[in-house]
Design a protein around this ligand. Structure first.
Ligand SMILES: Cc1cc2nc3c(=O)[nH]c(=O)nc-3n(C[C@H](O)[C@H](O)[C@H](O)COP(=O)(O)O)c2cc1C
Ligand code: SF4
Ligand code: FES
Length: 623
């Protein structure tokens, strides 16, 4: 018997103990069962949870995986980020549009399919890639995409419509061959490949399970923090903050409860290294989280898993359950009286900004993923107002290795202030795309050689928020003191246009800005307009000055890391590829003649003056 939206909501809220902070999970369950979160469901949720209706609707509208209106039973999200476009995502998109008979953003008349674009889904090494609900379909060509649509149409509706998004018949059809390693695990059954090209001595080395945890529990929490500080471990999520110091601040903040959150949002386009850790080294990660919990004095940890990696959830939950049975989670861990710690997985719902740590905390609290003002920093006042340490997946995986092998061992790997190894996600124009674990301090040129990049023109280091470098920078070292990166390296071969790519990256930031502050919301639009003008051959020398000055303003006046780094595509291409800009500028003579768009200028002047241009052009007195 079909349940009403109200009854469905009531049952789901009951399952979550009517806990308002679990709103994101509740909404995802509602969406799974009802297909969308409509008016009636919003009303029922607001009443059940005792919160204003606008708060519920605000969360629904924030996350791209939630919808207030009905969508198709199968939502196809095709990644249209730079690495995918380089490998033919546009053609795949055309194939889907033709086969489905709809445009992007539309739903087929039979309600079977919705077609959407997505930003990086963490599969840049096997692009073009798409999600069919939560099933990842990598290495898509236009023909294969069309064939999949035709075959899905042959399935009986009940095989497609299911409370579980990856309904078995649908999954079998979409996943012809399992990927390598744990991608073939019974609880994963995915076509995703690891593409682990180089295992280093820290993350992907063979080791005895839980050796680091055993050593940590034999020490005091302060001693664990001291080990991490002596190893000079710095955060792998992008900002490079010293991990031991972050833990010290969190531990020192007076509170009855503290939290540890692992940031597995991995939304920076071109980054996919955490995906491979989550697939092949989840035990190492959970061990690292447990040690971190012990060090900071937390009894609760959260793994914030990006919605695009939902296909790994059951597998990760199973590992957590096994760790509970083995006494590695729960009360008195490994017999250590007084140390209780457990981990909950919080699934994201498609919002890049939620990778930013304060936005991530908001999201874990069941709110819109809006960044928060700092101070107070999460270490003082984070999740549910309590001191919280947020760390990247890779950072937490370094911790058991430091405890197990010693901080001296870790510090001996790498260079100078950058100790240990770094995982790099390499994609773009090279023959061996995938994950490389290299000692920090490795030269970019060496990585380019490893990945089979022939005669590269440019490399985007650190995703759109990082920097675009050219051959003059290939001898630089990948480390915190030189070429810093959260992990993404996108290689561009001869024939690619760095300025066109910078424009695409700006479009990405415009789309992802939460819109709270003006420099980020408006500044990036103005930057893109001016860059596009140059790309169209209508730029003037003064535009270069305008670009760098405005970029500087956006960087300094934005509230969070998104806005503070969003002008980097412009700034770094101005630095590394200035001659490409200059070659596109109009000469002064062109400026006065052919290139000068008199009609457009006039129209603009008329608009500003509140007069219709036709009044002027017609030659009569302006009315
Ligand atoms: C827009 C934006 C997105 C981010 N995305 C991620 C992410 O996906 N994963 C991550 O670990 N850190 C991300 N960060 C950095 C986090 O805010 C934070 O610095 C990090 O999780 C801290 O962990 P670490 O010290 O171990 O690096 C992002 C920052 C910004 C501004
Ligand atoms: S910088 Fe951008 S993303 Fe960050 S708070 Fe401001 S508008 Fe939002
Ligand atoms: S999956 Fe498309 S850029 Fe990463």
């Amino acid at each position: 018997m079909l349940m009403t939206p109200e009854a469905t909501v009531a049952a789901i809220c009951e399952g979550f103990g009517h806990d308002r902070t679990r709103l994101l999970d509740i909404l995802q369950s509602v969406q799974r069962q009802l297909g969308h979160v409509g008016e009636a469901a919003v009303d029922a949720l607001a009443a059940d949870l005792g919160i204003p209706r606008v708060d519920v609707a605000g969360v629904v509208s924030f996350y791209s995986f939630l919808s207030a209106s009905p969508r198709g039973h199968i939502v196809i999200r095709l990644c249209d980020d730079v690495p995918d476009r380089m490998l033919g995502a546009d053609q795949v998109g055309c194939g889907l549009v033709e086969e489905l008979g709809i445009q992007f953003g539309e739903t087929t008349a039979d309600g079977l399919f919705t077609l959407e674009h997505a930003s990086c889904i963490g599969m840049s090494d096997q692009a073009p890639a798409a999600l069919f609900n939560d099933v990842v379909v990598p290495k898509l060509g236009p023909g294969a995409a069309r064939r999949l649509v035709r075959e899905i149409r042959q399935l009986p509706l009940e095989a497609v419509v299911s409370a579980a998004p990856g309904a078995p018949a649908l999954r079998r059809l979409l996943v012809r061959e399992y990927g390598d390693g744990q991608n073939a695990h019974d609880l994963v059954r995915s076509a995703v490949e690891n593409n682990l090209r180089r295992a280093g001595e820290v993350i992907f080395a063979d080791r005895a399970a839980n050796a680091g945890l055993a050593k940590a529990l034999a020490m005091s929490p302060a001693e664990v923090i001291r080990q991490v500080k002596t190893a000079r471990l710095r955060g792998r999520g992008g900002a490079g903050f010293p991990t031991g110091m972050k833990w010290e601040f969190t531990r020192a903040a007076a509170s009855d409860q503290r939290y540890l959150i692992c940031n597995a949002d991995e939304g920076e386009p071109g980054t996919f290294k955490d995906r491979v850790i989550l697939t092949e080294r989840p035990e190492l990660l959970f061990e690292g989280m447990t040690i971190a919990g012990y060090a900071i004095g937390a009894s609760r940890g959260l793994l914030y898993l990006r919605g695009e990696y939902a296909y790994l959830r059951d597998y990760l939950e199973d590992i957590l359950a096994r760790r509970r049975v083995a006494g590695l989670l729960g009360e008195s861990i490994s017999g250590k009286a007084g140390f209780d710690f457990d981990i909950r997985i919080q699934l994201g719902a498609g919002a890049y900004i939620c990778g930013e740590e304060t936005a991530l905390i908001s999201s874990c609290e069941g709110l819109r993923g809006d960044p928060k003002n700092r101070p107070p920093f999460p270490a003082q006042r984070g999740y549910l107002g309590k001191p919280t340490a947020v760390n990247n997946v890779e950072t937490l995986c370094c911790v058991p290795r430091i405890l197990e092998m010693g901080s001296g061992w870790f510090a001996s790997i790498g260079s100078g202030k950058s100790t240990g190894t770094k995982l790099l996600s390499v994609s773009g124009d090279c023959t061996r795309r995938g994950v490389y674990e290299v000692p920090l301090g490795t030269r970019l040129a060496a990585v380019l050689e490893m990945c089979g990049a022939e005669d590269p023109l440019a490399v985007q280091v650190g995703g759109p928020s990082g920097q675009m470098v050219g051959a003059a920078d290939f001898a630089r070292e990948i480390c915190f003191d030189d070429l810093a990166t959260g992990g993404a390296l996108v290689v561009f071969g001869a024939g690619r246009d760095p300025l066109e790519i910078a424009s695409q990256y700006l479009a990405f930031f415009i789309h992802k800005s939460c819109g709270y502050c003006t420099p980020c919301r408006v500044g990036n639009v103005l930057l893109k307009e001016r860059l596009d003008r140059i790309l169209a051959g209508r730029g003037e020398a003064a535009d270069l000055e305008y670009l760098s000055s405005l970029a500087g303003t956006v960087k300094t006046a934005s509230r969070c890391g998104l806005g503070q780094t969003s002008p980097n595509p412009v700034l770094s291409t101005l630095r590394s590829f200035r001659s490409l800009y200059e070659a596109r500028l109009k000469t002064p003579a062109e400026g006065r003649q052919a290139g000068f768009d008199f009609a457009a200028r006039l129209a603009e002047a008329g608009r500003l003056a509140g007069r219709r241009p036709v009044d002027v052009v017609a030659g009569g007195e302006p009315r």
